[in-house]
Write a protein that binds this ligand. Structure first.
Ligand code: ZN
Length: 326
């Protein structure tokens, strides 16, 4: 029988881009230091499974996050095979270290809500944005593109709802400085699918659609980053995808956490998202079996059980023998 398609199904893209962020968002919340060769081996295996962009590490101060004290070594040792290896940088010093280590893109972070930015980096949004100008200058001299992650886009744990105007104005400041990609983050898992659809439409219109063509020839790329803190991560990804967003940050095994909800689930899980997307006929370019193998190996390497679900249940197409009732 012919598959019947409703309006929203027709709006699905043929392919999406999965940006792996487990080595940054996931590793940084693990209390025990992961030896550098183990980190590199996990990243290498994810790249071998077809990941084309990966946030390898973060160049925050090693005293603030001891887990990333080997950031430079990790990024130097990874076998890239054409995968874009980028790094989070909080400031100019971090940017200098990341560029020296060979990061192919820098990822800045600023919150869309004032109190979250204050609590996160101890400065106002405006002070953060002003401090980024030196980073954009340095990266531009090095010929390295800069993207930015905007935190608390879908809600702030201190202020609650964040007006769309705040998100757009922070986005405009970043784009004016030369930001090539805006990554909208649901930092503490407060988003719901209806809200995501609204934000996606507003932001795509403003930066990625007709409106941006009037400003500049090159549209700014839009990515989204959801945490599964309240179980809505995958639904939010679907809502974003139906409304034109085609780049998503996910984390292998569903690693990652929420500093305001200890023990809560982490990021949208890479292999669960890839499995769902492939079942829906949306391509990712990732070898799911290879990815599942890499994630199972990472579970053994880190000696932990990940929250991801497909590694436990297997793929939908992995059929079971009929139980023998004799
Ligand atoms: Zn995150």
């Amino acid at each position: 029988m012919e598959v019947r398609l409703s309006g929203w199904e027709k709006s699905l893209p043929e392919a999406v881009e999965i940006i792996e962020v487990g080595p940054r968002d996931g590793f940084q919340i693990l209390p025990d230091f992961i030896e550098t060769p183990s980190k590199v081996q996990i990243i290498d295996s994810l790249i071998q499974a077809g990941i084309r962009r990966i946030e390898v590490t973060s160049f925050v101060h090693p005293q603030a996050v001891p887990q990333v004290r080997d950031a430079g070594e990790v990024i130097r040792m990874v076998q890239r095979h054409g995968c874009q290896c980028f790094a989070m940088v909080p400031n100019l010093i971090g940017a200098e270290r990341a560029l020296a280590a060979g990061a192919e893109m820098l990822n800045l972070v600023v919150s869309a809500s004032e109190s979250h930015n204050q609590s996160n980096v101890n400065r106002s949004i405006d002070e953060s944005l002003s401090s980024f100008e030196a980073v954009f200058d340095l990266a531009s001299e090095a010929g390295v593109p800069v993207r930015a992650s905007i935190a608390t886009v879908f809600g702030c744990p201190f202020e609650g709802h964040v007006p769309i105007e705040n998100i757009l104005s922070v986005g405009h400041r970043l784009v004016e400085m030369g930001c090539v990609e805006l990554n909208l983050c649901d930092t503490t898992g407060m988003a719901n699918p209806r809200q995501v659809a609204h934000v996606a439409l507003c932001v795509m219109d403003e930066f990625n659609g007709a409106a941006s063509e009037a400003v500049s020839a090159a549209a700014t790329r839009i990515a989204m980053h959801f945490h599964n803190t309240r179980g809505a991560g995958m639904a939010n990804l679907l809502a974003a995808m139906q409304n034109g967003v085609t780049s998503f940050e996910t984390s292998f095994g569903g690693l990652g956490g929420c500093p305001f909800a200890p023990g809560a689930a982490g990021n949208v899980c890479t292999e669960d998202a890839v499995h769902m997307l492939h079942e829906m006929g949306v391509a990712t370019g990732i070898d799911l079996l290879g990815l599942l193998g890499a994630v199972r190996q990472a579970e053994r390497t880190l000696d932990m059980t990940f929250p991801g679900q497909v590694i436990k249940a297997g793929r939908t197409c992995d059929l079971h023998p009929l139980p023998n009732k004799n």
